[in-house]
Design a protein around this ligand. Structure first.
Ligand code: UDP
Ligand code: MG
Length: 311
């Protein structure tokens, strides 16, 4: 029998875990009873009762497992830990907050079973219900990253996915510390079918994403999948140097021809500011990449397990 592995990252989701389990279990019983399943909850260092909720489920459902992190490592690390431990033929990544409808899983599986695709991804069809500025910045982000990076990042794509074992093995080979799943899933290639659905509001609890976190996440996405920003600073540097060089020659000629009255102070200051700005900008970009390289060369583990019932 085909084995489905369901990976569920959870961070402070005590309210959602039982609701999610019941809804998923219903789908598994009704629509997917021809499959065996294993359910892997990753407790990403929650501070609430999430872990005990998961343990309760593991007690009554022998196909349920948990991996509990020593602290919060982030969803990307949770996904990685889940993928490392799965044994199934088809792997499903799904949020616990029911924003990824479990009712879509049977359809996703049957798409895979046609054999035409290695992966079935989901994306939201509209950004309805999202704050105006968040949509605006998302759109700018996707335009920008797709200009800068050779890896296509699909706008509105969610992490809700089903894929086969080949693709899972490929994803695991990418063991980088700075993980940007939306990019990694595309980067490994394989054939992906996209399904769309309307955005669903979270049932209980809060989103772990603030605007600022999302902003940093988008910067990470860009620097993880493109080095184009490094060339921007080079180009800006070259242009400003040429401009500065022309200015100097003009000033020398002007002084020789007309002598020097202390005129031109404002323009001098503006030039200094401009060049200073470009320099700081370029150093900032260098810093971004340097810090990433720094973290990668440390070769730290992507997550640390504190407790698990998974061998
Ligand atoms: N999550 C996680 N670690 C984190 C943040 C979130 O494992 O540090 C999980 C969370 O429990 C949920 C999923 O990732 O199952 C998506 O999180 P959230 O709903 O906050 O994101 P959004 O849907 O707002 O993008
Ligand atoms: Mg959510």
């Amino acid at each position: 029998m085909t084995l489905l592995s369901i990976v569920v990252p959870c961070y402070n989701e005590e309210e959602m875990i039982p609701i999610f389990y019941n809804e998923l279990k219903a789908i598994l019983n009704e629509k997917l009873s021809f499959y065996n399943y294993e359910l892997i909850f990753i407790d990403d260092g929650s501070n609430d009762e999430s872990l005990s909720k998961i343990k309760e489920i593991a007690k009554i459902d022998k196909n349920s497992y948990f991996i509990s992190f020593s602290r919060n490592f982030g969803k990307e690390s949770a996904i990685y830990a889940g993928l490392q431990s799965v044994k199934g033929d088809y792997i499903i990544i799904i949020d616990v907050d029911l924003q990824d409808p479990p009712s879509l899983i049977p359809k996703m599986i049957s798409c895979l079973e046609t054999g035409k695709y290695d992966s079935v991804g989901t994306k939201r069809s509209t950004r309805k219900g999202e704050p105006f500025f968040r949509s605006l910045f998302s759109n700018i982000f996707y335009k920008l990253i797709n200009k800068l990076s050779k890896t296509e990042i699909v706008s509105g794509a969610r992490d809700f996915r089903v894929f086969n074992r080949n693709m899972k093995d490929a994803i695991l080979k990418i063991s980088e510390y700075n993980r940007f799943s939306k990019g990694i899933f595309q980067w490994v290639g394989f054939k992906t079918k996209w399904l769309e659905y309307e955005n669903i509001q979270r049932k209980k609890g809060d989103s772990k994403w603030s605007f600022w976190k999302l902003f940093k996440y988008s910067l990470d996405g860009i620097t993880d999948f493109s080095t184009a920003l490094l060339s921007i600073s080079t180009i800006a540097g070259i242009i400003s140097s040429i401009l500065a060089f022309i200015f100097i020659i003009m000033i020398v000629i002007k002084t020789l021809a007309f002598g020097d009255a202390v005129a031109g102070w404002p323009s001098t200051i503006s030039v200094i500011l401009l060049i200073g700005g470009i320099q700081l900008f370029s150093i900032g970009i260098l810093g971004q990449y340097l810090s990433k390289t720094f973290l990668e060369t440390k070769n730290r583990p992507i997550y640390i397990t504190k407790e698990s019932n998974r061998k």
